[in-house]
Design a protein around this ligand. Structure first.
Ligand code: KG4
Ligand code: ZN
Length: 336
């Protein structure tokens, strides 16, 4: 029997996305970013995001269907991110998916955005349950033992900010463009990580909880000390500050990953997902922590927000016979 053709829709943050999947084959994946719209404000503005999702979601779906060379009538199921996220954006996707489901009679599957990230390693690699996942993005940072498509055990996570948020804040403090992660990584490549040694909060504490908000404050202080000393900040200073910041985040994630792995013997792999997992320095450090265990890091385009992961998570739920009705709620908060 051929695998079902699944349409995925994602609109929970600042990317509007649609994708068509059959099994593990991504037939199309369209991502329409909004960073230009939010850039003047230094962060995602929920109202602007919601309006842009509402304007673009149907066009993304049309483009994804055309890219896959299929018609809506050929789709077997419609998977949509139903939370967590900015509610205006989530609603735009959920309402559109409901309309398509009602019009075609095809099953609707509400997907948790975090489950989408958490199952991505199974879309890209042969990873069996259970596996350890570090989900590290702009809004989230947690260790999950993934026992099944709908079974996740949270082992620990950030007690304040997510690392992606800290990368974005660092970029703002150093006048680098958004999104901060890739730009901080680029600047750090030529920097000296030993010049500014920033704190590694909670590293001496047992368990795998993490904290990143103190790191931002320490970076701000280091930057202001440089400015006070010579009246400005050079490219060299900027690179060194980025390198010091990236080294601190890397150390925290690596050490806590070691502890998380110790908490779940018997896992088949150590996988990473989420936007920050696109960082090459962080990936390399985590791969080292994995040791002899298979280390799975999806390609960069599947680490950041996309709809292929939503279609895949939907397909896994469909296989279990789990579908939703038109009463599917859009949830701003939805822990796994
Ligand atoms: O998963 P994602 O696309 O969105 C959610 O938060 O759900 O992650 C976006 C975050 C942003 O904060 C961005 O700065 C960060 O991932 N990011 C990176 C890199 N690429 C993206 N952080 C560090 N290094 C990168 N290369
Ligand atoms: Zn995400």
């Amino acid at each position: 029997m051929t695998d079902p053709l699944v349409l995925g829709v994602e609109s929970s943050c600042d990317d509007t996305a649609a994708a068509v999947l059959r099994g593990r084959s991504i037939l199309s994946s369209v991502v329409e970013g909004q960073s230009d719209l939010h850039a003047p404000y230094g962060g995602v503005v929920p109202e602007i995001a919601a309006r842009a999702h509402a304007e673009k979601v149907d066009l993304c779906i049309e483009a994804a269907l055309a890219g896959a060379g299929v018609t809506l009538a050929e789709i077997d199921a419609i998977a949509v991110t139903a939370g967590p996220g900015l509610i205006g954006g989530v609603l735009a996707g959920v309402m559109t998916a409901k309309a398509l489901s009602a019009a075609t009679g095809k099953p609707l599957i509400g997907v948790n955005h975090l489950a989408g990230h958490a199952l991505t390693p199974r879309l890209t690699d042969d990873v069996a349950f259970p596996y350890l996942l570090l989900l590290v993005s702009g809004g989230h940072c947690q260790f999950l033992r993934v026992d099944g498509p709908d079974r996740f055990v949270r082992l620990g996570g950030t007690i304040d900010d997510a690392p992606g948020e800290a990368f974005d804040k660092t970029a703002r403090l150093l006048a680098l463009p958004q999104p901060g992660g890739p730009n901080v990584e680029r600047a750090a490549a030529s920097g000296d990580a030993a010049r500014f040694v920033l704190p590694r909060p909670l590293l001496d504490r047992a368990g795998c909880d993490m904290s990143f908000s103190g790191l931002k404050t320490a970076l701000l202080r280091a930057r202001d000390t440089v400015i006070a000393g010579k009246g400005g900040i050079t490219e060299r200073d900027r690179s060194d500050l980025c390198a010091g910041f990236q080294a601190a985040v890397t150390d925290i994630l690596a050490e806590k990953s070691r502890r998380a792995l110790a908490l779940c013997p018997g896992v088949t792999a150590f996988a990473v997902a989420g936007g920050v997992a696109a960082n090459r320095r962080i990936r390399a450090a985590l791969e080292e922590v994995a040791g002899t265990l298979p280390f799975v890091a999806p390609p960069l385009a599947l680490c950041t927000d996309n709809a292929a992961m939503i279609a895949y998570a939907g397909a896994e739920r469909l296989k279990l016979g789990q579908t939703d009705g038109l009463e599917l709620p859009a949830r701003p908060r939805w822990p796994l």
